[in-house]
Design a binder for this molecule. Sequence first.
Ligand code: NAP
Length: 445
Amino acid sequence: MQQILEAIQAGASGDDLANLPVPESYRAAFVKADEVDMWEGVESADKDPRKSLHVDEVATPELAPDEVYVAQMASAINFNTVWTSIFEPLPTFGFLKRLGKESTWGARHDLPYHVVGSDGAGVIVKVGSAVRNWKPGDKVTIHCNHVDDQDPTAHDDSMLAANQRIWGFETNFGGLADLTVVKANQLMPKPTHLTWEEAACNALCNSTAYRMIVSQHAGAMKQGDAVLIWGATGGIGGYATQYVLNGGGTPVGVVSSPERAELLHALGCEHVIDRKANGYQFWADEHTQDEKEWRRLGKDVRALIGRDPEIVFEHPGRSTMGASVFVAARGGKVVTCAATSGYMIEYDNRHLWMKLKSIVSSHFANYREAWAANQLIADGKVQPLLSRVYPLTEVGDATLAVHRNETEGKVGVLCLAPEEGLGIDDPAKREAIGEDKITLFRRAG
Ligand SMILES: NC(=O)c1ccc[n+]([C@@H]2O[C@H](COP(=O)([O-])OP(=O)(O)OC[C@H]3O[C@@H](n4cnc5c(N)ncnc54)[C@H](OP(=O)(O)O)[C@@H]3O)[C@@H](O)[C@H]2O)c1
């Protein structure tokens, strides 16, 4: 990989890159199948990804005709790597086994180790024989929607495809590595004004927020809509806030500290609720929700914007869903993509049906949505939310920080990139967009 890195740094042509040998092994972050029981009896919060995530050499898989090898300059931590590393709600090896049974190429994924990671930016070094639109030397970002397009179910909205998977979570050979293998239909052009780590941190969370807020498949936000955003300085929440502002909506962002409230104001969100300072107790005990507390949140939202939110951007799950359904406006939507605090959800259905609200599910994004979201980053209309950067060797620490809710925005990981700040091809565009906007979260982190 060192030879490939040196060629990239020297500005080698695509042909030169294509002529370099792809190494037989590469450095990657992975969990091991023989360790899935290591957390028996340990509380979720105490499970430490530094113990389950290993960084070592793994064998380079063969390249399928519709795939490319990407030399990964940088990647990022997503919450799915937290789930994989604590083996919750279940170990991801079951996903790899199922994929392994699908096809000859799928069988490559069924291994006793799982290379994790669902984001990345890098340089294509080799393309499979069926790849048309990409070539060695292209600088790319990678989205994580892994779809077999020979399946008819993949041809309306590919998120409805029966074989839809998340790369690096439900497939092997993920992004937290020096090399990755992805399908050509996961590739998008790297925004030219960003560093490798800024370019690598967006695709998963940015595309997810795009679908949840903008897309007709989920939020379909209109100008003037008010949107309550849980975790508004978090990974998906920080992009959601930008989409609401860009689309002429009114975000009400929820955070859990004065520092995060300040950061959210700096992002342009006027209306902020500090959930910790307000001390909401939506659950009176483990089994009982407290409607008075939902009402208190509703009153706090009305005190800020004078009305109820047409959309609630929901992902904490069990801890907030009852409140989210309650505070949504009559006819409003709760758009949900996750359940960080627990997936067995409880809400009062009377508040849903009597006020004609709906719960809309959303999951990542199809290629078209991911491409549109990437274009907005490339145009400087949505900013990367990189707050911290770790080397690949410290991927466990990076994942632990996300697991403990210690980070804002996105946590970047340097793979082949030897240091931060490399990879900017269009400094004039960067200057025009504004260094202060691009690095807002990095300065806070
Ligand atoms: N389906 C999909 O395609 C998809 C895509 C991306 C992410 N996700 C999921 O979405 C969730 C959030 O991902 P992320 O990347 O945004 O994570 P993140 O960067 O850790 O941000 C989550 C934010 O949620 C808030 N939060 C956490 N627990 C909460 C609770 N119990 N009650 C209220 N707020 C809480 C925190 O903000 P404060 O503490 O400041 O309030 C935190 O900043 C994860 O479960 C992830 O797996 C799903």
